[in-house]
Design a protein around this ligand. Structure first.
Ligand SMILES: C[S@@+](CC[C@H](N)C(=O)[O-])C[C@H]1O[C@@H](n2cnc3c(N)ncnc32)[C@H](O)[C@@H]1O
Length: 268
């Protein structure tokens, strides 16, 4: 049975909160030994509460922290093709618990300024209290951001559009474009073609026609609200918002898991 059918039944029966709690404890048990070992070997590393990790990424400390740095390097390598990391203002939109932004000051030089923003108050509070040298701000589910127009050289959003409705795709792309400086670079990830195998036949048809498909098990913004961006839909969204597509890298299947598409855009 497709996972999506099961999710629909669970949602209809109002069992989602219960299933979520079970999944959380299952993850906690699965990662217990490895997490204990991580704490023992890395007592200096500040870690967010387990539930925050579960909600935003993975409840595995090693994956969250140790792999966060190569991810920050991967991001910088991609953007460096188009922008030199000197005296830049860099914003992580939907920073969660700072998995990526916490490593950036060690990846690029300190002539740059680092900012993070999220609509989840708990994550922003944790980041502000624990991650130094980065300014964190709260935004609402809907725009605007708490930053001035034309103020950022680089904005990145890793797995944020993947949790938003069609209406908010339009509103957020416009806002991100507004906050970027001219020639600023926007780096985004989406659920592209490789994720469309998760869709029901009718949904897949709709996706293939160039539309956005949404699975809303919870309120948007939450990880259980998933949207699937047909590349045609996303390309149109970019070009309508004064953004040139510098690069689109379709996601592949890695270790049996579909990866997100990468979009590198530039404000005209
Ligand atoms: C899958 S998590 C990814 C977190 C982080 N980017 C990372 O890669 O570790 C999605 C994040 O997007 C945030 N988010 C969802 N909707 C948002 C919105 N409208 N504005 C800002 N952040 C949002 C969530 O709170 C969550 O932290």
């Amino acid at each position: 049975m497709k996972k999506i059918f099961l999710k629909k039944i669970i949602t209809k029966l109002h069992l989602l909160p219960f299933v979520e709690q079970i999944n959380y404890y299952r993850e906690k048990i699965k990662n217990k030994r490895s997490n204990q070992l991580f704490r023992k070997n890395n007592p200096e590393v500040l870690l967010p509460p387990d539930f925050y990790l579960y909600e935003t990424f993975s409840l595995n400390y090693d994956k969250f922290y140790t792999n966060g740095k190569p991810t920050a390097e991967w991001l910088v390598n991609h953007i460096s093709e188009f922008k030199q990391f000197e005296n830049l203002s860099i914003l992580d939109w939907g920073c969660g618990t700072g998995r990526i932004i916490r490593h950036l000051p060690n990846v690029v030089d300190n002539s740059n300024s680092f900012f993070g923003t999220d609509y989840n108050q708990k994550y922003v509070k944790w980041c502000t209290e624990n991650l130094k040298g980065i300014q964190f701000k709260l935004n609402n589910l809907k725009p605007p951001l708490n930053f001035k127009k034309n103020s950022m050289d680089v904005i990145y959003g890793i797995s944020i559009f993947t949790h938003l409705s069609k209406e908010l795709h339009f509103e957020w792309m416009q806002e991100l474009s507004n906050v970027l400086k001219k020639d600023g670079v926007l780096f985004l990830t989406t659920h592209g073609n490789v994720h469309s195998s998760k869709l029901l036949p009718k949904e897949k048809e709709n996706f293939d026609k160039g539309n956005l498909v949404v699975h809303s098990y919870k309120k948007e913004g939450n990880r259980l609200y998933a949207s699937y961006q047909s590349p045609i839909f996303f390309k149109n969204l970019c070009t309508k918002n004064n953004l040139t597509i510098l690069k689109h890298i379709p996601g592949e299947i890695t270790n049996g898991k579909p990866q997100q598409d990468v979009w590198i855009l530039q404000k005209n």
